[in-house]
Design a protein around this ligand. Sequence first.
Ligand code: ADP
Ligand code: ZN
Length: 608
Amino acid sequence: MLAMTCTSPKNVLKSVFGFPQFRPHQESIIEAALTGRDVFAALPTGGGKSLCYQLPAKIRGGLTLVISPLIALMKDQVDAALSMGVEAAGLHGAMTPDERHAVYQALEQKQVRLLYMAPERLMLDGTIERLKEWGCSAIAVDEAHCISEWGHEFRPEYRQLSRIKEWMPNIPVTAFTATATQRVQDDILEQLGLQNPMVIRAGFDRPEIHYRIESKRDPLLRITEFVKKRPHFSGIIYRSTRADVEKTAAYLQDRGIFALPYHAGLPDEVRQKNQEAFKTDQVNVMVATVAFGMGIDKPDIRYVVHGDLPKSLEAYYQETGRAGRDGDSAEALLLWNAGDLAKIRYHFQRLSDVQERERSEQSLRRMTQFAGSFCCRRQSLLAHFDETHPGECGNCDVCQGEVESVDATVDAQKYLSAIIRTGERYGAHYIVDVVRGTNSENVLQRGHQELPTFGVGADSSRRYWLALSDDLEARGHLYRDEERYKALVITNSGKEILFGQQEFRTMKRSKVSPSQTKRLSLSAQEEDLQPGDMALWEALKNKRTDLAKEAGKPPYMVFPDRTLRAFARLRPHTATELLSCPGVGEKKLATWGTEFLAVIRDFEEGTP
Ligand code: ADP
Ligand code: ZN
């Protein structure tokens, strides 16, 4: 077995994982874990949580048990660990008896350092005893927020983990989550009964993600345009309903973009197949409901588009956080309008628990405030998680001056006044008729052409007024009464605008400057490459695709993009030079080093 004795965490980081530096907090978590202390760590997605238990497992004797909620993820995690030379295995129900037998044997022979298991399995008779026999010396709980009812991914099976300290006293437990709220954190600490734990809460900023929010007009058109500008990159398009997922995927396909759908209504095999195709880069665009995400930890997703408003900021943060886990720049685009609110609320109405309904409504309100504001997106997002961002971020549409807020108080007053004067009995189209002075049959019949507001807005287009109406609704100044044929009703804050006690500003999108257009279409990935490196980078990627296919692994598991870019830029010629590139450890060097050296050599010699 491994005879790694003079192994400092820092050395193992390089020799096994191939990384020159720890990410923030990794080192202190690992050091604490190695002294046998309990640890709770809340790190953002992409913070590098897995390394925090994989690396100690490689150093310390015995077996580290990893509790992980999803079997689908487990296989990837085991594969990724193995590809780096960490002796990992998983035990779960989807294995054949033969496979399971092989794992048992390896465990008995103490050849496994890292064992992944779902919590259900831990509860099975005899599992705890066997773990002790196999020399279990540490436990890591991944996605620890699943233990908390306050989290948004509560899993009842996780609750049983509250007895873990009773079953295996004296075995240190490290718990990891990407959920930011204090309440969930407190709950995890209490449920797991961690003893004098070291508690780490990292900042939740994801500086690599660029945030942009737009009001939704022609979502399919906008999504298509966005995706077309980012060819060859992996991205997720979230839609809130299955029907919209199907529609969007079909629309993209019709326009020559290869996109696949993913939602809970598809047969298991199809879902699995589509997810696999996305993971292995056979398809770049996944159109999905929120059912897609937890089962995937693809690090090189470059954008996440929300075609509809998410239900809460937590969900928005989590879903956008799936982009850019590898630390390279990524984008988040949110499209929304007042119609989304009505749809979400319709679902809230069906919740039987009054408190839950109120909680959901509160979350939605905060989401709406965020989406409708004109402040730096990052600042307001982080503020929600009680974090402050020093100054404006410079990496969102507001900071980059793409969005301008304009005073629309007078127009809002005209519109609201038309609603009041017609008795809060009509929908947006009718109110727009009144404001624009359209002599329609309905207007004449009701005598509304006599109102003082009739025609006060004739100088603006119908489209403008409908958008304004939408904006007023989205910001909670009016709502549609679903029970009265969607009649528009003014809220208290709407009245304040009407009576001049509050101003109303709308968002105007200024023309994107040419330099920004360049930034958007030019992939962030290629920024650090010289034009002369591009062909080599393509050749390296092709080699990676081939090798990944042969090995039956996703390409990023062979080497991440960042590593291939370093190859293209630095052009290593020897094993030692390869090792100095980020992401190259000894195991990967041995497995794939010569293949990539050959690509570089051939390229330099001009043989394709
Ligand atoms: P999380 O589970 O916290 O979202 P992961 O453990 O999946 O994050 O890690 C995200 C990515 O970051 C992975 O591709 C991983 O290999 C990489 N990574 C982890 N630690 C480091 C490090 N110290 N330096 C560079 N890359 C790292
Ligand atoms: Zn900003």
